[in-house]
Each structure stands twice: as C-alpha cells, then as structure tokens.
Write a new protein. Structure first.
Length: 587
C-alpha cells in the first residue's frame, strides 16, 4: 500500500466517488464516514482544525483506504469528524486495516505528533484492533475505554416472516399525547430532503434546539456559528445524494418538533431532534421519535434505526440492539498515558456519588474560570483579583444603596419595546453572545428562573426582535440579596424589587439599562405597586444610570464581614405608604 498525506479535503470528483464506494465496503457503513461529511467539517472548521488526510492506494493505483484526521492548535491529533460524527473510523477493508493503521501511526510518529485521541471507533471495527497493534509498534502507549453504547432498533425484515411487526413502547401514552397536541390542529409530519427546502428551515431548528437546552440548564452545540455553518454545508453536500431527511411535526400550522437525520445504506440515523418548550408535558419529542421509527419499520429499504450516541432513557425505551464505541488515547509520554488512565478511573469513581460529581464539576468550572481570566487579564491582574478576594475573606465592607422610582413617565425609546422574557429570546441572546462566559452564565440563570417561575423577567427588544437588555422583578419583602448575604425587609406594602439587569456585550454603551428599568418601573406602577432597585455604592456607573432613570436614593445597608462573621448595619425605614419624589428634570 502506498500512503499519501494531504492537508485538505480535495474537491476531487473521482476521489469523492472512490471514497464513498469504499465506505460501502466497510463493516457497518455510516454517513459519517463519507467524503461529504469530511468536506463539510473542513469548510466549517478550517480555521481551528488542520486536516491530516491519509489516503492509501493499492498497487494498481486504486483507492483502498482513507483516514480523515486533523490536528488542533495544541498539536493533538483526532478524527476530523470527532465533534460531529456519532461514529468515526478508518475507511478500509478488514484485509488492509492492519497495514494501513501501521503506516498511519508510523507517519504520525515521524511527523512529531505525540498525542492522539480517537473517539467513537466502533468496538467491532477491524480498525480498532488494527490501531491497538499499530500504536505499540510506532512507540505509542494506548488506552481504550468505552465511549458510548449507541441504542439501535433492528427493523423487521421486509422479505422475512410474513406479518413481522415491530412492537414500539408506550403506544397508549403516544396516543394520549397526539390527542392533546391535536387540539391546536391535525398532527402531521413533513419530510424534506433538498437543499432548497431544508436550508431555510435550519435557523428555526437551531433556535429551537438552543432554547430547549437552555430550558434544561444546558448549552447547545448549535450556539456556535461554526456548528450552524457545518449543518448548512452538510445539507448542501448530502441532499443531492438523497441521504438527508429533515422532518417537521406540526400541530395545525405550527411546527412543534424538528428532526435532522439521514437515510444511508439501509440505516435511518437520528441525529438532531428537538421540540418546543411550552408543549413539553405532551412529549412531542418522544411522539416524533415514535413516528419516525414506525415509518422506518414500514420502509423495506431500512434495516436499522440508529438512535446515535448518548444513553438517554427515551432511547433505551425503543432499543432492541446496541453498538459500542470506544474512546482511544495514544501518547508517546508514559506520564500522560498514566495520567489519562488515572483521570478516567477517578472520574468513574466520582460519578458513583452525586455530591462528589457536583463538587468535581464546580471545581472544574472554577479552574476553567481562573484559566480564562489568566488568558484575558494576564497574570498580574488575575493575582490582584485573587488577592482582593483573599482580603475580602478576612475583612470586607460593602454598602448597598436602595432606590425608589420616581413618578415621571418614562422617556420614549421608540422604536424599541419592552416585553416578557421567553426561552426564544434567551436563545437569541445566547447565539449572539456565545463566546462571552458571563453572559452565558446570566442566560442560564435566567432560564432557570423562567423554568421555576419564581420571578418575572422583561427584555428590551428592537424592531427586529433582537434582545438589548434583560431585567427581573420579584417581591421586595423577603428578597435575598447576595451582596448582603441576607433577606431584606420591604419599607412598605406592595413593593417590588427590580434586580439582575444585564446588557449583552454587543449592545452596551447605548443607555439600554436606564431605558429598560424606567419602562419596568412604569409597568409596576400601573399594577398599583411601588418599584425599587438597589446597587452597590462602589458601582458608580450603576448609580449614575439609576439617577438618570429617575430613581431616588432612599437608604443604605452595610455588610461588614470579619473572618466569616458578618453584621448588617443600618435599618430599613418603614412607611405606611412608600414615599415618592416627583422627578421633573431629566439628564
């Protein structure tokens, strides 16, 4: 075998045809192994991944092996499609797998690559066995563990026993859900498979997926523009071959669930499924999955419905088969090899105790936050911040000012408008601020409040529906103020606290904070209540913004902390009716 190394995915029609023909000769052909999938990755992630395409040619010049790998900015090697493919593998026959894996491992070693991470190799793949042998010969230390057990549904053989039927779970529950969903109109499913019909639908799929995961306290991979670009490129490349299957489930005219999947060589792969949040109690996602598998069972061309990576309970309900994938690391360094094994064993042990897992996740998040600040601020500023925090643990004094809104009507801020927070607007803000850690934490916090319903959220939007500023309100009396680490007492009845206001980074500097709290205060007054807000005295910009918005300072509370002991100084004044000073002048 003659090995050729390329640093791109060539736009070569002959290579594309031979590559895909070779995929069909592998054990368990997958759409994830095709030229189209690798090309979509290269186009979308070319800025962060450098392709290492190993191509093997037989003596007669025909293509006989392909390994689509990539190196990242840290010079680690992985499968090019590791972050997007449910399965990753060398595209090679069982006969040539050993020779090809050996040559690839030796070439990587000669090129100075010392760390490889090969994810989601099917355990039953000839390449998995070949890689284990080849790695040792090339001087790598190898460690393999289970990555996923992928749930699958074996479908009845259309040419087999007459009357063969697939027994699907929870059929009665699905019927009840369909009846409930049908109150908005007939429940129908629509399939699309062309670039022209699917491309316009991708933004709504992405928004629904981001919104759905935010509602569950998670971050969707579709937040990042590269991932959305990847789906567009994949759609463009797969649709001409008929491998793409995009499904929408509707209740009347409204789309309530989406699925982006593939039909490839007798396999219906379920890849990206999501649904609207407000109908969660009727399980539209489960209903759509039920209908897809039911339809696949009636298609004589389909032998398997592959539910992909992950061990979610809803997948296990359908599965009658499975396929295991492996997570394989190869290191030249003995210490890295041992560290990899120790880390995995420790992680496995930690997951046995939920409290330990939560603690480990919190510590990891804290460590990542420290690393991020070191990158963004530099060591000197980061050390200064750490020193301030340590001093604060010994002694600190924090003054919190309380302001009441005036009675003057808010200034006009047309064409902007104020509306309630929704998961959709939180998702929109997340997709615009995906790379800002503080904003993402704010949006996750807001999604949790929205889910729990213990506060009311508002958002200022422009004419295009773009979120400009967020704010929340809750009952003043008994409100927990983290700056004081205590609950506070309201000065009068019917007082409402405005809190946790936030402007996304790209919208700052336009006065949206003052505009929003003015409008929120006006809405509170219209309900016959008294709007209040607070600010740390040290936050000069916030105090000025409150004054510009017509809020009047009423009183202050001070928290003093010494070696973990705290005292609140100051008292909340008590009014029979909250006093209001008319504000006639505006800055």
């Amino acid at each position: 075998m003659r090995l050729v190394l390329l640093h791109e995915i060539p736009e070569d029609a002959a290579l594309r045809q031979q590559w895909n023909a070779l995929v069909l000769e592998t054990r368990g052909p997958q759409v994830f192994y095709t030229w189209e999938w690798a090309a979509a990755m290269h186009r979308a992630y070319g800025a962060s991944l450098r392709p290492l395409l190993f191509v093997g040619y037989a003596e007669d010049g025909s293509l006989c092996a392909v390994a689509a790998l990539a190196s990242d900015t840290a010079n680690r090697v992985s499968f090019l499609c590791a972050t997007t493919g449910d399965y990753c593998d060398f595209v090679v026959s069982e006969r040539d797998a050993g020779d090809f894996a050996t040559q690839v491992a030796e070439k990587l070693s000669e090129s100075g690559y010392r760390d490889l991470v090969l994810t989601n190799i099917p355990e039953d793949s000839p390449s998995f066995v070949a890689v284990k042998k080849a790695a040792k010969q090339a001087g790598f230390r190898i460690y393999a563990r289970t990555a996923y057990v992928c749930a699958q549904v074996r479908l009845p053989d259309a040419n087999g026993t007459p009357g063969a039927k697939l027994e699907l779970p929870r059929r009665r529950m699905v019927q009840r859900s369909l009846k409930a969903l049908a109150q908005a109109g007939p429940v129908t499913t629509e399939h699309e498979s062309t670039w022209e019909t699917v491309d316009p639908l991708l933004p709504e799929l992405a928004a629904a997926q981001v919104s759905r995961l935010l509602a569950n306290g998670k971050i969707s991979n579709l937040l990042r523009p590269e991932r959305r670009d990847f789906l567009r490129e994949l759609t463009r490349l797969l649709s001409p071959a008929g491998w793409l299957c995009f499904t929408r489930m509707k209740a009347g005219p409204r789309t309530i669930a989406w699925h982006y999947g593939f039909k490839f060589h007798g396999r219906w792969s379920l890849y990206q499924l999501t649904f609207v949040n407000d109908l969660e109690k009727h399980s539209p996602g489960f209903v759509l999955l039920f209908k897809l598998i039911e339809e696949a069972a009636l298609d004589p061309a389909m032998a398997t419905a592959d539910l992909g990576v992950g061990t979610e309970a809803y997948k296990e309900a359908f599965a009658n088969d499975s396929r295991r994938t492996m997570y394989v690391t190869l290191h030249r360094s003995r210490w890295k090899h041992w560290w990899e094994m120790a880390r995995y064993q420790a992680a496995t042990a930690v997951t046995s105790w939920p409290w330990a897992e939560r603690t480990a996740r919190a510590l990891r998040a804290k460590a990542e936050s420290v690393r991020r600040r070191l990158r963004e601020e530099g060591p000197k500023a980061a050390l200064g911040r750490a020193g301030s925090r340590i001093r604060g643990l010994i002694f600190s004094r924090e003054e919190v000012l309380f302001f009441e809104a005036g009675t003057a009507p808010p200034r006009s801020c047309e064409p902007r408008s104020l509306g309630p927070v929704s998961y959709e607007l939180l998702a929109e803000a997340a997709m615009r601020s995906y790379d800002d850690e503080e904003t993402m934490q704010y949006l996750l916090r807001s999604a949790k409040r929205q889910r729990e319903g213990n506060a009311e959220g508002f958002v200022l939007v422009d004419t295009e529906g773009r979120p400009l500023h967020f704010a929340w309100i809750a009952e003043f009396d008994g409100f927990f103020l983290s700056e004081l680490n205590a609950k506070v007492k309201a000065p009068a009845a019917d007082c409402v606290m405005i809190f946790d206001c936030w402007t996304p980074p790209g919208e700052r500097g336009h006065g949206y904070y003052a505009q929003t709290i003015e409008m929120v205060a006006q809405q509170i007054r219209e309900e016959g209540k008294h709007p209040w807000i607070f600010s740390a005295a040290s936050n000069v910009a916030s105090v000025r913004g409150l004054e510009r918005a017509g809020f009047q300072r009423r009183y202050a509370l001070v928290r003093q902390r010494i070696l973990g002991w705290q005292r609140i100084q100051g008292e909340t004044p008590t009014y029979d009716e909250a006093p209001v000073v008319e504000v006639s002048a505006r800055v």
